[in-house]
Structure formats: structure tokens, C-alpha cells
Design a protein around this ligand. Structure first.
Ligand code: AMP
Length: 544
């Protein structure tokens, strides 16, 4: 017997029409090079309707890839809806990738048009001749003092919109499994791999920003995504905010801690999200701004150091809301909100709980698997294994089936490459990425845990631990430490600090002081760059 409910597609037109119909009076503010632009959702929706028609005028094919090379702005949000609501596929290009990767990605996705912020033209335009399928470049003038190329392929965004009639009626995407957006993820080896989100996956994932045991976005919120809109759809926050009817603030091109904190203060932002690096940078400046409006700082993308979360709790009464996921998981897979069983813990115990990556959100299933034997491991907080994930917004393969068949199991789960233990409540504690673990004498050392402990040192700003090949022990840990400005620390002090906190054989064999931990294109510690930097490094290693 079938259920007798209506079959309605779970597709993004719902997000657009809901926002337009119910929340037209709400505002979207974008910080620009020379001030701020503010539009109501009603105005934004009208512009999005014009853009939808303009995509036809541009001749973008029915499921053509629409590339964006943009900061977090209201105009980028116009593209976020106009492309998928007309059946096209939004392809957010990561503005910080190496040129060769950008060329590979745009060609592999077969982008037909690229929308580019004027301030980013110096990065994009030199590559234009190598983009084989791109016929048009639409420049969004963000006020940057950068020359616009005199080239027949180049169009002006505002002129394009002004010349277009607003799309009439309701957008329709009847097949919810149609592609809505794509995002490439770069592994450490091989070419970047395309993750293709469907309307259904995107809509379901967007709802996760609204759940109470999550960011709990509501109509009363002012949401500012600091996480870039090219990083896994800014973690679903923009679509979530439109569904909830929150006001939105976009930081635009100025991503300095001062600018971010200023926007939180001026617009009374209540919910924000970004990688730990952003919040580490803002920490020393917290006293200079009134950020009392904040109620949630969503943080993930890499492990949130316990000390960082605690520093925020101590200074502004608000620890980080830790979340874990990957481009392949849309990205939200787990979230670490407080649960009733945490209530009995003391403050330190609660901080430990918050430092975990969290519990799978509804509709996401996880299992812990020994990568060697393939056997499932118990959730006893002791056994470790690779996390495998399944759910309606978890990738089942990469675009064109390329580069990573091994990342999907025969029974349809995603192998995340993250090693963790899980407690009986399903709270994940990430030990490391498989490739970052330090293998010492047949045992694993968690680089994440060592980094966490080193970053708890009051004079340390950042720390990254990498494996150095070792004749006797196979690998041994090297700590690369960034000292806070104006402070001095010796390697011995670091080791002394760590000694009561970790097993003796975990202690790094050497501590190197560096100016900055190199970062990836999305602001994570780039261990690959560090490994290259310290290739050939010699360490003695422990005696026994
Ligand atoms: P990406 O697809 O570039 O966002 O990278 C996903 C990877 O980032 C995951 O497989 C993890 O290794 C790492 N990651 C994301 N969130 C966290 C977190 N909260 N804690 C530790 N690692 C994380």
C-alpha cells in the first residue's frame, strides 16, 4: 500500500518563493570596498528574477554550468538561486586555488559563463584564454579600482540585469534529483574531484541549519556567513537563512578580523560561521568590539582547538558550536550542541564535550570501520576507525565517476578518510585524517590532539604537527609552532608543558618555530606545505 501524500519535488524554487513571499521586508547587507549595500529580500528577489531571464539571453544551455568567482555578497546569492531555479548548475569556483587547478576545474565542469567580482579580475582574467568552454565573463562591479578588460566576451552585470525582464511566475524544477550546484574538492594527490549536489540534497541539507540542536536559524536572526560561498555552499547557511527568513549580512571582500568584528557589532549579527583560523585571528581583538549580539559561532572545516573555544567562552560567554563534514557531505554531518547527559559534567568536562566534532545530524548515518579489516568498530569511545557516512546529502560518486572510486564502499557509504572514536551517544571525536596520523613504531599518534594541547599553551598562537620519516620508528612527530606576538618560548618549555598532558612516546622529537602555519585555499592548516618545507628533516627519536 502506498502513502497518499502529494509528490512535490524537494527543489530550490521553494527556497526562493518562500523568501520572496514571506520575508520580502527582511534585509541583506553586503560590505563593499567603499561602504555597504543594503537590499530588501523583495528587491533581491526581483533582481534574481531578472538574472534568471538574463541567463537565457546569454544562451546558457538548459543544464549549463554557471561559474562564479565571487566573494560573499548579495549578488552571489542572486546567482545561488537564479542558476539552479532555471535548471542550470551553479559552480562556485574557489578564488584561492592555484591557476592550474582553476583551469582544470572550469574545463572539467565545462563552465559556459563565469560571473566574476571586479576586484577578482586580476586573478581570473589572465586565465580566460585557457578556459575552453567559457563564452562570457560577466563582471560584477564591486567598486574595486581594477581595469575591466576591453574584450567582446566581457559584459557588465548591472547592464545585463537592467536589460532583462524579470522572470514571470513560479520557477519549477520537477525532478528533485536534478543537479543544482557543484563544488570541487582538492585532495593531496590527483586532480580535484567534482561533487555534484542535487536540488533534493541541497534543500534537505539547508533545513539542518534550522534545527534546534544545530545553528537553530530563525526569522529573528541576523546571519553572517564568513565561510566562503565557494566552500561547500557556505555550509548551507545562505539557503538556510532564506528558508528561515533571517536577515543576512555578507562580509564582501574585506575578510580581516577587524572588518568581521565590525560587521557583527554594527548589524547585531546573532549567528555566524567560519573556519577556526578566522576566529583565532579575531580573538585578540574581541575587547575592542561589542559582539554581545552573537548567540552562535558555527566552527568547523578543521578541528576547533578546545583552547580557542574556551577563550571565546571566557571572553564573551560563547564557546564555538563545533561541526564536522566535508565537501562530499554537503558539508554538515555532525554538530556538537550540548545534550542533557552533559549537564552533570563540570565546566572542564563540558569543554571536552564541546571539543568533540559532535553527533550525526538527522538523516546522516555514520559507522566506524577498521580500514585494514573492514570490520565495524564499537562506539565505546576507545576503539578507533575510519568514519563512513551515508545519507541523502552524502555524495555517492564524483562527477564523471572520476578520481576516487575507492572512496565509496560497495554497499554505498562514503569513506571519509577521517579516523575517529565515537562514544555511546554517537558523539564523534576525530583523531586525525588518515594521511596526517603519525605512525610511530606500529602505533598511531594523533596530530590533532597534539596540536590541541600545544595550542593550549598561553604563549602559542598556532601549532601544527607533522610526521617526519624515522629509520627506527617509521615516523616521529615534529611540532611546528607559531608564538604569539611579543612572546618568546623555548622548545623545552613546549615539551615540559606537554609532558603531563600526553603519553611520553607522543612527545614531539623536535619543536620548530615558524612565522605562520601555511593555510590551504579554504583556510585550513596545509600540512602538505609543511611536509614539503621540512622534507629531509633529521630527528633523533626516543631511545626506546
Ligand atoms: P573539505 O572537503 O575541504 O571541507 O575538507 C573536509 C575535511 O576537513 C574532513 O574530511 C576533515 O578531515 C576536515 N574537517 C572538517 N571539519 C572538521 C572538524 N570539525 N574537525 C576536524 N576536522 C575537520
Amino acid at each position: 500500500m502506498h502513502g497518499l501524500m502529494q509528490q512535490r519535488p524537494l527543489s530550490l524554487p521553494h527556497v526562493f518563493h518562500r523568501a520572496e513571499q514571506l520575508f520580502g521586508h527582511k534585509t541583506i547587507v553586503t560590505a563593499t570596498a567603499d561602504g555597504e549595500q543594503s537590499v530588501t529580500i523583495a528587491e533581491w528577489a526581483q533582481r534574481t528574477r531578472r538574472l534568471a531571464t538574463a541567463l537565457d539571453t546569454l544562451g546558457v544551455s538548459a543544464d549549463g554550468r554557471v561559474g562564479t568567482f565571487c566573494w560573499n555578497t548579495a549578488r552571489h546569492l542572486e546567482l545561488y538561486l537564479a542558476a539552479p531555479c532555471t535548471g542550470r548548475v551553479l559552480h562556485t569556483l574557489n578564488i584561492r586555488l592555484f591557476p592550474e587547478q582553476l583551469v582544470y576545474i572550469a574545463n572539467h565542469a565545462e563552465d559556459e559563463v563565469v560571473f566574476v567580482d571586479r576586484s577578482l579580475l586580476p586573478v581570473l582574467w589572465p586565465l580566460a584564454d585557457k578556459f575552453e568552454t567559457v563564452r562570457r565573463y560577466v563582471v560584477i562591479d564591486d567598486g574595486a579600482d581594477v581595469p575591466i578588460p576591453d574584450d567582446p566576451r566581457v559584459l557588465d552585470y548591472e547592464e545585463l540585469l537592467a536589460a532583462a525582464e524579470p522572470y514571470q511566475g513560479r520557477f519549477r524544477v520537477d525532478d528533485e534529483n536534478t543537479a543544482a550546484a557543484m563544488c570541487y574538492t582538492s585532495g593531496t594527490t590527483g586532480n580535484p574531484k567534482g561533487v555534484v549536489y542535487s536540488h533534493r540534497s541541497t534543500l534537505l541539507h539547508s533545513l539542518i541549519s534550522l534545527i534546534a540542536d544545530g545553528a537553530a536559524l530563525s526569522e529573528r536572526d541576523v546571519m553572517m556567513p564568513v565561510v566562503p560561498m565557494f566552500h561547500a555552499n557556505a555550509w548551507g547557511l545562505p539557503y538556510g537563512a532564506l528558508l528561515a527568513g533571517s536577515d543576512i549580512v555578507f562580509p564582501g571582500p574585506n575578510m580581516t578580523p577587524q572588518a568581521i568584528l565590525g560587521l557583527i557589532q554594527d548589524h547585531k549579527v546573532t549567528v555566524t560561521g567560519g573556519v577556526p583560523t578566522i576566529w583565532m585571528g579575531a580573538l585578540p581583538l574581541l575587547d575592542d568590539y561589542d559582539v554581545s549580539s552573537l548567540r552562535t559561532i558555527l566552527c568547523g572545516g578543521s578541528a576547533v582547538p578546545r583552547s580557542l573555544s574556551e577563550a571565546y567562552r571566557e571572553k564573551i560567554g560563547l564557546p564555538m558550536l563545533h561541526a564536522w563534514g566535508m565537501t562530499e557531505t554537503s558539508p554538515i554531518a555532525t554538530m556538537s550542541t550540548a545534550r542533557s547527559h552533559h549537564a552533570a559534567l563540570d565546566e572542564s568536562g563540558r569543554a571536552d564535550a564541546r571539543a568533540r566534532q559532535g553527533q550525526p545530524v538527522p538523516l546522516v548515518e555514520l559507522r566506524l570501520v577498521d580500514p585494514d579489516t573492514g570490520e565495524e568498530q564499537p562506539w565505546d569511545d576507545v576503539a578507533t576507525g575510519e568514519i563512513q557516512a551515508a545519507g541523502p546529502w552524502i555524495a555517492r560518486e564524483y562527477y564523471r565517476g572520476e578520481g576516487g572510486g575507492a572512496q565509496f564502499t560497495k554497499d554505498g557509504w562514503l569513506r571519509t578518510g577521517d579516523v575517529a572514536s565515537v562514544d555511546r551517544y554517537g558523539f564523534v571525536r576525530l583523531v586525525d585524517r588518515t594521511k596526517d596520523l603519525v605512525k610511530s613504531g606500529g602505533e598511531w599518534i594523533s596530530s590533532v590532539e597534539l596540536e590541541n594541547e600545544i595550542m593550549a599553551h598561553p604563549k602559542v598562537a598556532e601549532a601544527a604537527v607533522i610526521a617526519i620519516p624515522h629509520e627506527k620508528w617509521v615516523e616521529r612527530p615534529l611540532a611546528c609552532v607559531v608564538v604569539k606576538p611579543g612572546e618568546t618560548v623555548t622548545p623545552e618549555e613546549i615539551i615540559e608543558f606537554l609532558t603531563p598532558r600526553v603519553a611520553k612516546w607522543w612527545l614531539p622529537d623536535a619543536v620548530e618555530f615558524i612565522d605562520e602555519v601555511p593555510k590551504t585555499s579554504v583556510g585550513k592548516f596545509s600540512k602538505k606545505t609543511l611536509r614539503d618545507k621540512f622534507a629531509g628533516y633529521q630527528m633523533a627519536g626516543p631511545e626506546e
